[in-house]
Design a protein around this ligand. Sequence first.
Ligand code: UDP
Length: 314
Amino acid sequence: MSRAIVLGGGGFVGSHLADRLLREGMDVVVVDSFLTGRKKNLAHLAGNQRFRLVEHDICQPIPVTGPADVVFNMASPASPMDYARMPLETLEVGSAGTRNALDLARRAGATLVHASTSEVYGDPLQHPQKESYFGNVNPVGPRACYDEAKRYAEAIVTSYARVHGTKVQLARIFNTYGPRMRVDDGRVIPAFAAQAIAGEDFTVFGDGSQTRSFCYVDDLVEGFLVLWKKGDGMPINLGNEGEFTLLELADVMRRVAGSGGKVRSTRPLPENDPKQRRPDLTRARTILGWEPKVPLEQGLRPTIAYFREELGRA
Ligand code: UDP
């Protein structure tokens, strides 16, 4: 019987990953402190004999024993609003939490698959972003707690591989969306979806010319599985190449939801907010044979349906 441990498995991406691993026939242990994750993301797994939940903060040594095949480290606040609110917790989980994740993987004889982020590129001066780009990060700005913690995490993950021979894989996740995002997490997809559903104006920060590329969560989860099996131990971008300005995103959202108001610029672009972002997927394609399959319009349908339920407007 194979066994996976998902740190941060109560979160948006982690809970989808746990579901997928269970469907693959694995035993799954989820560890989550529910700082930003939610128990309701796992409620449907209650009673599943192959699922176990350990409520625990991974900044403390992780109390899971026994062998495992893989540890996925998905634990961290990831929305800019969340990490602005909890900078010290974000730094701690990226540093102490990642070290504890590595120690757990070593003890269990498992591969550590670590969720890094496109934020390691900061406000990028290279476009699209290749893994070889070292980034443009302000170490003392409002995003530093997340960006630098994730950069440190990449450093300690690759150092464990060098020093201890730990098997590791690193995914740099670009903007991802889907059901189970918190509707109030501050990110643009839940914000715009809620506004479209309510028929309200879209709140755009800055002039809306900044770009993002949005990956549907099922594509990302598939990428994580392939990365575990086929990665080369160095960072690989996982995301979608479809790049949209926020003005374009508002149009797509209005079309898919069938409602929504005008675009309204409500505040200047936040400090250090990346002006453009799109993954170069050459390494994902050549090393993993992976690429995303779900276009934005298609992925927004179940996402908007989920938010309708959450908002009681189904
Ligand atoms: N944004 C916006 N309106 C919102 C929320 C976000 O215009 O209600 C912008 C934000 O300034 C950024 C982009 O949308 O330029 C994506 O923000 P998000 O928080 O989703 O993630 P990020 O890619 O910045 O981590």
